[in-house]
Design a protein around this ligand. Structure first.
Ligand SMILES: Nc1ncnc2c1ncn2[C@@H]1O[C@H](COP(=O)(O)OP(=O)(O)O)[C@@H](O)[C@H]1O
Ligand SMILES: [Mg+2]
Length: 235
């Protein structure tokens, strides 16, 4: 399919403008995007902020392509870096999005405790549009216990704080502390959920011995921050 101006790129996908309303999101490795369409359609119908699904403009469109609503605004990560958004406000938004997502009943699971879980909900996957934050990048979405999603968001932030190349590591650590404090009110991060999140991260691609050591440090950081949050609950 014809692609227009590039709008953004993440670890797995490239996003191009189609016109002023729609974008084309394409997995670089050809991953089938069909499963996340069903999740996004269900969430949109449930009132959760996700990009609207567009028309399949081209019937020969490969399965790795999605046509989605074109969103205006920076990602939360960009806004934090630019200083237009503060850590406490970002933490509040992340905690609220996780909480709201986890109020929606599962689409497939027969376990009533299960919820739709994003499993990659962090500042790069939230776009701050004039109509409010919208959660993008549903490729890891699944159904399971909400505390696993909370653990995963914190673990991803903790890994970012330990990345040697990250200039704003202390700001990200501040965000992690703020987020853990707020998540405590929703049930926090039980050790079992953190262990499951670790296993999922460890099963990801390109895990060198150094990366696995750093992952364990990140797990310890989340556990420590979670304990601190439990010791000093927010009012
Ligand atoms: N619906 C959209 N409208 C406008 N830009 C988008 C949209 N979805 C994603 N983007 C841009 O593309 C980038 C990568 O998108 P994302 O879905 O997170 O890909 P990845 O899976 O590679 O992380 C985002 O950071 C954002 O800048
Ligand atoms: Mg992304």
């Amino acid at each position: 399919m014809h692609t227009g101006q590039p709008l953004g790129s993440g670890r797995t996908a490239d996003v191009y403008a189609i016109d002023k309303s729609w974008v084309l999101r394409r997995y670089r490795d050809g991953t089938d995007a069909t499963p996340e369409l069903a999740v996004m359609a269900y969430l949109a119908a449930s009132g959760f902020p996700v990009p609207r699904i567009g028309p399949p403009a081209d019937p020969s469109m490969p399965v790795c392509d999605l046509v989605l609503q074109r969103l205006a605004g920076p990602t939360m990560a960009e806004a934090l870096t630019a200083g237009t958004l503060g850590g406490p406000e970002a933490a509040e938004t992340l905690a609220r999005l996780l909480r709201e997502l986890h109020t929606i009943p599962p689409r497939l699971s027969n376990d009533p405790y299960d919820r739709i879980i994003h499993l990659d909900l962090h500042p790069e996957n939230v776009m701050l549009t004039p109509h409010g934050p919208v959660v993008i990048d549903w490729c890891n979405a699944s159904e399971g216990p909400p505390e696993l999603d909370r653990a995963m968001s914190c673990l991803i932030l903790a890994q970012a704080t330990l990345a040697p190349s990250l200039p704003a590591a202390s700001a990200v650590r501040g965000l992690l502390v703020e987020l853990a404090g707020r998540l405590d009110e929703d049930g926090g991060i039980p050790a079992e959920a953190l262990a499951r999140a670790r296993a999922l991260r460890a099963a990801g691609p390109c895990r060198t011995a150094e990366e696995l050591t750093a992952l364990d440090e990140a797990v310890e950081l989340v556990a420590a921050v979670g304990r601190t949050a439990a010791d000093h609950p927010r009012r």
